[in-house]
Design a protein around this ligand. Sequence first.
Ligand SMILES: Cc1cc2nc3c(=O)[nH]c(=O)nc-3n(C[C@H](O)[C@H](O)[C@H](O)COP(=O)(O)OP(=O)(O)OC[C@H]3O[C@@H](n4cnc5c(N)ncnc54)[C@H](O)[C@@H]3O)c2cc1C
Length: 293
Amino acid sequence: MDFVSPTSLSEALAVKAERPEAVPIAGGTDVMVELNFDHRRPAVLLDLMRVPELAEWSVSDGRVRIGAAVPYSTVIAELGDSLPALAQASRTVGSPQIRNRGTIGGNLGSASPAGDTHPVLLAAGARIELASVRGTRTVDADDFYVGVKRSALEPDELITAVHLPADAGPQQFAKVGTRNAMVIAVCSFAVALHPDGTRIGAALGSAGPTPRRAVAAQTFLAGELADTGLWESRAPMRDSVRRRFGELVAEAAQPIDDVRGSAAYRRHALSVLARRTLGWAWQEYQGGVRTCA
Ligand SMILES: Cc1cc2nc3c(=O)[nH]c(=O)nc-3n(C[C@H](O)[C@H](O)[C@H](O)COP(=O)(O)OP(=O)(O)OC[C@H]3O[C@@H](n4cnc5c(N)ncnc54)[C@H](O)[C@@H]3O)c2cc1C
């Protein structure tokens, strides 16, 4: 097995163009498991951890750009104020060791329906930056996940960054696992009240072939907030609204029965997560106080 370790993005893209079968490795927390269990035996590993362009985050024009090889520990330590739900999701990943090594780009590269960043990226309206020697393009998170562990990434492309609005309104992420840490989500959910006061983002994970938006729930809540003047009044939200929102989120799921939970349990848990996280986000919108899951 060849191990190629470029020190610039242009070098990394040139390797991927010449050898599209090369498997990128960032933190290695997914790749090394696959190698150790002999699930794949690539001819080439393309190490991305010495590419400086992938290891940085920055803010410009109202957007945060997070390099694909930025680890969860950095998101937690440095981006919690501007990207609260992404930091919440990052805090639930694995253990400190996994959070030090594991990256957002790696989560996207695996595109597992259970990956913890995906509901947040969908709800927050993220764009994924992809690059090759042919150029750079960005795709909406909505268009990135195309099937079970499949994404819109072309064989000669690398994920270079994710872009998110820097002025996030109230956001929440919550996850159900079979224990409190080191656990793959049984189901997960993120909600984002966009600061322009008109849009709702709601998305779920580990309850369908891909992470997905709960479109009907978003539409229902946006309509309810507009019709009742709640965006302006910031009055308490009726429990019936939060319950209906939860029901619509559960209806958006397409879960399966597996070792981690039954489809029925996942639907029920999602309705509870959605109701609770919406309540926390709304409290924050009312009082400007951030409530953590
Ligand atoms: C003990 C343990 C616990 C875990 N717990 C969680 C958890 O709670 N939640 C969760 O979501 N995940 C969890 N994971 C999975 C894993 O940590 C995450 O998916 C992590 O984000 C992967 O990042 P990485 O940098 O280690 O990716 P890698 O293993 O390096 O790569 C993962 C995949 O992405 C591809 N890839 C990486 N970077 C790029 C890029 N820039 N461009 C294109 N393709 C790329 C690789 O080729 C590979 O297919 C856990 C893993 C372990 C071993």
